[in-house]
Design a binder for this molecule. Structure first.
Ligand code: IPE
Ligand code: IPE
Ligand code: MG
Length: 253
């Protein structure tokens, strides 16, 4: 650790390996321009390409984007339809580019409530990019943190029911292996745009020790400069994980 010219303590640790973003504020962005939410969602999708590129340049291994929550089905049917169609066209259009960049795509969430056509597009995009080793893009769609924990619990219950596992063997590690993203680096940083300071049923289990960064910027205005501001804030955080920071060693009782 060093002290920068401004006197701010800066950790010279590598940046985050895994950044997750709650892409919020499309509706308000559109409303301010007198446009429909759809226009906001379309503008929001356009931000993703540059961010993937920027993450690659900054050696961020995983970028997870919250695109549609379990609760977003409550939106007006026309808006849900538009979001589904944007997701479909995004996958069809961008999968080839990701493959060329060596980015592996993964979609987390329920899937069974999507149309057969969208489910096919998801599977095709995942298959096409399966060999990517430069980085991983995770899209959370029809995803809810509570659903995620429930599906992990169900899989453990099934093992108990089949006699393959004893109930006493269920602990945080066993559950942690069965939630989504378990095979990827831990989520270091969760960013939420649009000024809301809540998790909205995003990564509940996985964010246990994530750093949080909130910005007033609405998602369609969130660019690489905002990503860099979040990364700078992240590097100034002291992650203690319940322990005592290195700086605090002298202060030990
Ligand atoms: C986020 O933007 C996109 C989704 C939830 C799919 P919103 O549509 O929630 O934007 P606001 O919160 O209404 O501004
Ligand atoms: C969270 O945003 C979900 C996504 C960004 C996909 P919402 O706009 O749905 O969250 P709330 O309703 O403000 O909590
Ligand atoms: Mg919102």
């Amino acid at each position: 650790m060093s002290v920068s010219g401004t006197g701010v303590a800066v950790h010279e640790l590598a940046g985050p390996r895994h950044v997750a973003i709650i892409m919020d504020g499309n509706g308000r962005w559109a409303a301010r321009k007198g446009l429909s939410p759809s226009a906001g969602h379309k503008a929001g999708v356009e931000r993703i390409r540059d961010l993937i590129e920027a993450c690659k340049d900054r050696e961020i291994e995983v970028l997870t984007l919250f695109a549609f929550s379990s609760e977003n089905w409550q939106r007006p049917p026309k808006e849900v339809e538009l979001l589904m169609s944007l997701f479909h066209s995004y996958l069809r259009r961008e999968a080839r580019r990701m493959q060329e960049q060596g980015i592996r795509l993964r979609v987390i969430g329920r899937r069974d409530r999507f149309s057969a056509r969208l489910q096919r597009a998801i599977a095709d995009a995942e298959d096409l990019t399966v060999g990517g080793t430069t980085g991983t893009l995770v899209i959370a769609a029809d995803y809810g943190g509570q659903w995620d924990i429930a599906q992990a619990a169900r899989s453990l219950a099934e093992e108990v029911a089949s006699g393959a596992r004893a109930p006493e063997s269920i602990d945080d590690a066993a559950l942690g292996e069965r939630v989504q993203l378990a095979d990827l680096p831990a989520v270091d940083l969760v960013i939420r745009s649009s000024g809301e300071q809540r998790i909205s049923n995003f990564l509940l289990w996985q964010a246990a020790y994530s750093e949080f960064y909130f910005t007033e910027t609405l998602w369609p205005d969130f660019g690489v400069a905002e990503l860099d501001a979040a990364l700078t804030a992240f590097r100034q955080r002291d992650r203690r994980y319940g322990g005592r920071s290195e700086d605090g060693v002298e202060a030990q009782a």
